[in-house]
Design a protein around this ligand. Structure first.
Ligand SMILES: C[S@@+](CC[C@H](N)C(=O)[O-])C[C@H]1O[C@@H](n2cnc3c(N)ncnc32)[C@H](O)[C@@H]1O
Length: 309
């Protein structure tokens, strides 16, 4: 299968914002090559082998986004350039920006991020282990085996990390958990390993459903069911915890449907909210929920809510 790649070379400072723009444009996948992440990983990790050539790269970040070949790429590139120009006008140093478009085979990019992806400890107990890496768990650790393929959810993104940290605290033994927008299945798998009695995870994207199912199998879990759904449409029953790590627009659309699917004392964890959109999400959420906790990393927010008293 052929894809169109838009590769943006930009500064460290603009990485998050440019990545957000590429996701907004509907990228089917985004691969970020940030030499600083690799350097940090090399210093802090305990892995036996590290490809030294990865340390030789400079400071510039390369963000590659992949689009179906049918996409009108000229419109996307023009929109991207305008938005980058806007960032500049807000005083963000975007560096020496380069935007390049090329045609690539799926196999070429679907695997290219793997060398940047190593076992990752998130929160107090969870370790996300890419399928191709060895890891010996320490006492008390919960290991999630994962091959995210082209689905979102490696555990490295702030929004996923914050969800995992929250789940560690809120998933009680025997809980029923709904994972809306499950991507690679990472949060569903985490919920199951944290003691949930049953987990339902769904994604609108067929590819994500397939990948999540494979990851559930890989982890040998029998209490996680993955299916296709637009938000909560195909979910039945009520949950103790509903987690949704999607973009702000989807969260706003989802909010009114959450309450009928939540048990009386249930918790709703909404993530993937870019700070600029917080007020909008909060206003809608507070019609139904009380915000009881929040986490913030870089420009992202995760909000924990319970039914209004
Ligand atoms: C940011 S990713 C989160 C993946 C994973 N849950 C994680 O935390 O890493 C958002 C996921 O939501 C899915 N998604 C977007 N809109 C959706 C919708 N309307 N209904 C269900 N899933 C949706 C996307 O396909 C994507 O897999």
């Amino acid at each position: 299968m052929k894809w169109l790649e838009i590769q943006v070379t930009t500064s460290q400072e603009a990485e998050e914002a440019v990545t957000g723009i590429l996701y907004d444009l509907g990228a089917g996948g985004v691969v970020i090559k940030n030499p600083n992440d690799v350097k940090e990983l090399a210093q802090t990790s305990e892995w036996d082998y590290f490809d030294p050539s990865l340390l030789e790269e400079g400071e510039e970040v390369k963000i590659s986004a992949y689009f179906l070949i049918t996409t009108d790429i000229t419109d996307k590139v023009n929109f991207l350039k305008e938005r980058i120009w806007e960032l500049k006008s807000f005083g963000i140093n975007v560096g020496n920006v380069k935007v390049e478009v090329s045609e690539v085979d799926e196999e070429d990019w679907a695997d290219s991020w793997k060398k940047y992806y190593k076992p990752l400890k998130v929160g107090k107990r969870i370790v996300v282990r890419p399928l191709w890496e060895e890891y010996s768990p320490k006492e008390g650790e919960i290991v999630i085996d994962l091959d995210p393929g082209m689905a979102f959810g490696t555990g490295t993104h702030e929004t996923t990390k914050m969800c995992l940290q929250f789940l560690e605290d809120i998933v009680k033994p025997g809980a029923i958990v709904f994972d809306v927008g499950c991507g690679s299945g990472i949060l569903s798998i985490a919920a199951s390993k944290l003691g949930a009695s049953y987990v339902y995870g769904a994604d609108v994207d067929e590819m994500a459903v397939k990948i999540a199912r494979e990851n559930v199998k890989l982890n040998g879990l029998e209490n996680v069911e993955i299916f296709q759904s637009d938000l909560l449409k195909n979910f039945r029953g009520k949950a103790d915890v509903i987690v949704a790590n999607i973009i702000a627009d989807a969260i706003i659309r989802l909010i009114p449907d959450v309450l009928p699917h939540l048990k009386e004392e249930g918790l709703f964890l909404a993530s993937g909210i870019i700070k600029d959109r917080f007020e909008e999400v909060k206003e809608r959420a507070e019609e139904f929920f009380e915000i009881i906790d929040m986490k913030e990393e870089k420009e992202w927010l995760s909000i924990l809510m319970k039914k209004k008293g």
